[in-house]
Design a protein around this ligand. Structure first.
Ligand SMILES: [Ca+2]
Length: 182
């Protein structure tokens, strides 16, 4: 697994005002374990991504990647095509039955002077009696080469039960006059 494969990037946001993205590393499973490595910084358990589970980090001071106490998880897609009518399909699941809840934000950030656009901002408060919350959403959008889609899991004050499963994510160009190399 490598960063930027087909446009996908795995990382977390700095806890300071810059909120710059820091890449995680692909860590293979240890010998003797099933072949199921994960995205990790290697020095702390969180933030990380294991299979389709994105998990941010918050809580104990210095307990997160980057030696901070707060690190939202960021999954980023950088577009390598231009389409005036692209289709983004996203299905995800959260189940915050402990902790202090979480927030999930999807943003389209242009490569250039155009304004960033928030496509989704969902707050999930903790509820010990909640059932798994699965959502499927579709967006039509004008996307250009170099634009990025950011899928951010914000942990709030602690990261207990803050995992977010990407059940499915698809990006359709829907403009087949464009030639694209996959
Ligand atoms: Ca939380």
């Amino acid at each position: 697994m490598v960063q930027r494969h087909k446009g996908w990037q795995f990382g977390y946001l700095a806890s300071n005002a810059t909120r710059r993205m820091t890449y995680l590393n692909w860590v293979p499973a240890e010998a003797g374990l099933p072949r199921d490595g994960r995205w990790s910084c290697g020095t702390h358990d969180y933030p990380s991504m294991h299979h389709s589970l994105m998990h941010p980090c918050a809580g104990t001071e210095g307990g997160c990647c980057g030696n901070t106490g707060f690190a939202p998880f960021l999954l980023r897609y950088e577009s390598f095509f231009h389409s005036t009518n692209a289709l983004l399909v996203l299905a995800y699941e959260v189940w915050p039955i402990c902790g202090d809840g979480m927030d999930f934000v999807v943003r389209l950030k242009p490569n250039g002077p155009r304004r960033a656009q928030t496509l989704l901002k969902r707050a999930y408060d903790a509820d010990p009696n909640a059932q798994p919350n699965r959502q499927k959403i579709e967006w039509r959008m004008h996307i250009r080469t170099g634009d990025v889609l950011d899928f951010t899991v914000e942990p709030r004050g602690n990261h207990d039960c803050d995992g977010l499963y990407i059940v499915d994510v698809q990006i359709w160009i829907d403009d087949f006059a464009q030639s694209v190399e996959w």
